[in-house]
Design a protein. Structure first.
Length: 181
C-alpha cells in the first residue's frame, strides 16, 4: 500500500517538473525571433511540443505557467518582453490564444484519444482558435478590420506554423518514448 502512495507522489512530482521544463522550452523558443508586425518565433513550436508530449492537461498548465511568468515580469516572451504590457499589446492576443489552443487540444484528446492523427487535427484546430483570438485582439488594439488582421497576422504565418506543427509532432513521437507521464 505505501509503495503505491510513493509511486503516485513521484508521478505528481514528475508532472510538475515536466510542466516547468516545457515552460522553459517555450521561453527559449520565443526568444528565437525574426521581428515583424507579429514576430516570427519558435514559440508555437514549443507550445506544440508541450501539447504533444505532455498531453492536454499538463500542456495547458505548462502554457499557463509560461504566461504567468511573463505576467509577473520575467522576460519570457518574444524580444525578451514581459509584463501586462506585453499581454495587452497588439500581439498579446496570440499569447492568450495559446491557452485556448491547449483547451481545444485537451478537449479533443479527452473525447477522441491521443492517436497521432488526432493530435495533428487537434493542434491544427487549436491553432485556428489561437489565430482567431489573436486576430480579434489585434483588431481591437489597432482599430482595424478583420481582413487586415488576417492578412497581416495570420496569412504570412500559416506555412511556417504548419511546418512547426508537423516538426513538433514528429519530434514528440520520438521523445515520448523517454518521457513517462
Amino acid at each position: 500500500m505505501s509503495e503505491n502512495v510513493i509511486s503516485q507522489k513521484s508521478f505528481k512530482t514528475r508532472e510538475i517538473v515536466l510542466i516547468a521544463m516545457f515552460s522553459a522550452v517555450m521561453t527559449v523558443c520565443s526568444w528565437i525571433s525574426v521581428p515583424t508586425t507579429i514576430p516570427f518565433t519558435l514559440q508555437t513550436f514549443g507550445v506544440f511540443c508541450a501539447m504533444s508530449i505532455l498531453g492536454g492537461k499538463n500542456g495547458f498548465f505548462a502554457i499557463l505557467v509560461y504566461i504567468l511568468l511573463g505576467t509577473v515580469g520575467i522576460p519570457v516572451f518574444s524580444g525578451f518582453s514581459a509584463g501586462i504590457s506585453a499581454l495587452t499589446s497588439y500581439s498579446g492576443g496570440y499569447i492568450w490564444g495559446f491557452l485556448f489552443l491547449a483547451l481545444v487540444f485537451w478537449g479533443i484528446e479527452k473525447f477522441f484519444g491521443s492517436k497521432l492523427y488526432v493530435q495533428i487535427i487537434s493542434l491544427a484546430a487549436g491553432m485556428a482558435v489561437c489565430y482567431i483570438c489573436g486576430t480579434l485582439w489585434f483588431m481591437y488594439v489597432m482599430k482595424t478590420s478583420f481582413l487586415y488582421g488576417l492578412s497581416a497576422c495570420v496569412v504570412p504565418y500559416l506555412l511556417f506554423d504548419l511546418i512547426k506543427l508537423v516538426s513538433a509532432v514528429l519530434i514528440s513521437v520520438r521523445v515520448k518514448k523517454y518521457v513517462r507521464i
